[in-house]
Design a protein around this ligand. Structure first.
Ligand SMILES: [Fe+2]
Ligand SMILES: [Fe+2]
Length: 214
């Protein structure tokens, strides 16, 4: 069957719909079960609970950005195959988004109020990366995922030991992001120049420090 061709206006509407759902909508339905489900709720002191909520809010904001990055890239990526691969990864990011969202609710906390900003910025960056060509766009995914893995490792160290629910989620995310990085490199991703990587680290620092509080 021939795939339906969407007009630019249709595409724009679909993108806006996706953005609004990601940022303001009900938590998406995850494909896989939440890895936190098998663990009991931990006894957390008030300050620990605040700290975990801060960390999970950062991770949630990161997942909102991941959705936007993949959407932006899918819009401009040239090869259908690459587009397909990114859509698959975006689906897995969907699980992450849902799990972080659920954990934040369990902790009685909120998602980042700046999520619309992260979404818009990341969408633009993703679209630009897609325009730069598939080699760079895949290289960009690989580098992003590598940085996310590092940052998840840091969060895993900062989690209170008894919070096995949050730990289970972050562990699974770390595994998935590592796989996304490898897949992007295997699909032909190039190594980004150091100044670009630095800029990416700087932007992610900006997001992680603000999303912890806001
Ligand atoms: Fe993710
Ligand atoms: Fe990922």
């Amino acid at each position: 069957m021939k795939a339906r061709e969407y007009s630019p206006f249709d595409q724009l509407l679909m993108q806006v719909d996706k953005a609004v759902r990601t940022v303001f909508g009900a938590p998406p339905i995850s494909e896989r079960a939440n890895p936190a489900e098998e663990f009991p709720e931990a006894a957390l002191a008030a300050n620990e609970q605040r700290q975990v909520a801060g960390l999970m809010r950062v991770d949630h904001a990161g997942e909102v950005s991941a959705q936007a990055l993949y959407q932006g890239q899918a819009l401009t990526a040239k090869l259908a195959e690459v587009r397909g691969k990114m859509e698959r990864a975006a689906l897995e990011e969907n699980d992450h988004l849902a799990w972080c969202n659920q954990r934040l609710a369990e902790l009685g906390s909120h998602t980042s109020v700046l999520n619309p900003v992260w979404y818009a910025g990341s969408f633009a960056i993703g679209a630009l990366a897609g325009l730069a060509g598939d080699k760079w766009s895949l290289g960009f995914v690989a580098e992003t995922e590598r940085q996310v893995v590092k940052h998840l490792e840091e969060h895993l160290e900062r989690l209170p030991v008894q919070d096995r629910k949050s730990r289970a989620i972050l562990e699974q995310m770390k595994e998935d992001e590592g796989r996304h990085a490898t897949a992007a490199l295997k699909a032909g991703g190039g190594e980004l120049p150091e100044p670009v990587r630095q800029l990416m680290r700087f932007t992610s620092k900006l997001m992680t420090t603000t999303a912890y509080y806001l």
